[in-house]
Ligand binder design. Structure first.
Ligand code: TDX
Length: 265
């Protein structure tokens, strides 16, 4: 019940690009109407609100672009997923300005760690290897993502709720840029496989090339620092978690792979 809450933190979203390309409608319902529903509830109950969003609202960067995304980068989303997240951010901003909603926004880079759905890149490949399936790399595997451990994302959100300035946006990232091929090779290494034991599959339509976050504002204004700066160790721990928690992910695995197979991925 919003009436009983101290703060409303809005993590609820349809979050997977591939699903948005296959069937966009749930993304409009959840990300646009869902956000509208929550900000109205927060407004009516006069509650502090924090909106969780994504770096994908800024579009993508060239591989050699010296600039990373900042809070000033213009919005330029590519997919049904990222465009509905961009729309949800703009709704929150409008509610701050028009109705005085006590809200902050954060845009984070790619998360990894325990409890991530097996449709996402890293858990998909780990659970594929556990099942004796070769990892699947979209296109050439040159796309770059800026990885952050989910616990670091959470500590940043807590810092913004505690100390953030109302109406402000904060970018969250941990300087973790890697291309997809490097990530797959690392997973294969830690799982005792040959580094080339993966398949190239059909590329994602409109596939964003590179995301990279400049989190200077969050670090300077709120004193936040990531704790999981060693990606190699983070991947090892994540592999161990998926090995030890098969009962958590197993129920989703077959249906997820069947959907990818239909799409040639
Ligand atoms: O099997 C795969 N093979 C592959 O090469 C999958 C599932 C993905 N990929 C590629 C696509 C991307 O370049 O790996 C990269 C990461 O893919 P996803 O895990 O689908 O994440 P991405 O599309 O980058 O979006 C993620 O980061 C921003 C989250 O899913 C979003 O919710 C978040 O907003």
């Amino acid at each position: 019940m919003v009436a009983d809450a101290d703060v409303v933190v809005h993590y609820a979203a349809e979050s997977h690009n591939d699903n948005s390309l296959h069937d966009p409608r749930p993304f409009l319902d959840t990300n646009i109407i869902g956000t509208y529903t929550l900000i109205e509830a927060a407004r009516n109950h006069n509650k502090r609100f924090h909106h969780i969003s994504t770096d994908e609202v800024y579009g993508d960067l060239e591989l050699d672009d010296p600039e990373r995304f900042t809070e000033q980068t213009p919005y330029n989303p590519s997919s049904p997923y990222s465009s509905t997240k961009a729309g949800s951010d703009l709704l929150v901003r409008a509610w701050v300005r028009s109705f005085g909603l006590q809200a902050t926004i954060s845009n984070c880079s790619n998360n990894y760690g325990p409890y991530q759905h097996v449709e996402k890149f890293i858990p998909r490949q780990i659970t594929n290897v556990i099942d004796g399936i070769r990892p699947k790399l979209y296109g050439k595997g040159e796309n770059v993502r800026d990885w952050i451990h989910a616990n670091d994302h959470s500590s940043a959100v807590l810092a913004i709720i505690a100390e953030g300035t109302i109406g402000e946006t904060y970018l969250i990232g941990a300087d973790g840029e890697k291309n997809n091929k490097e990530v797959v090779e690392l997973i294969l290494k830690h799982m005792g496989q040959s580094p080339d034991a993966y398949d190239h599959v059909v590329d994602r339509p409109g596939h964003d090339l590179r995301y990279a976050i400049d989190s200077t504002k969050l670090r300077n204004e709120l004193g936040w620092e990531p704790q999981f700066s060693n990606f190699d160790a983070g991947i090892e721990n994540t592999i161990a978690w998926y090995r030890n928690n098969e009962q958590w992910w197993r129920p989703q695995k077959a249906a997820t792979e069947a959907k990818y197979k239909e799409q040639g991925q």
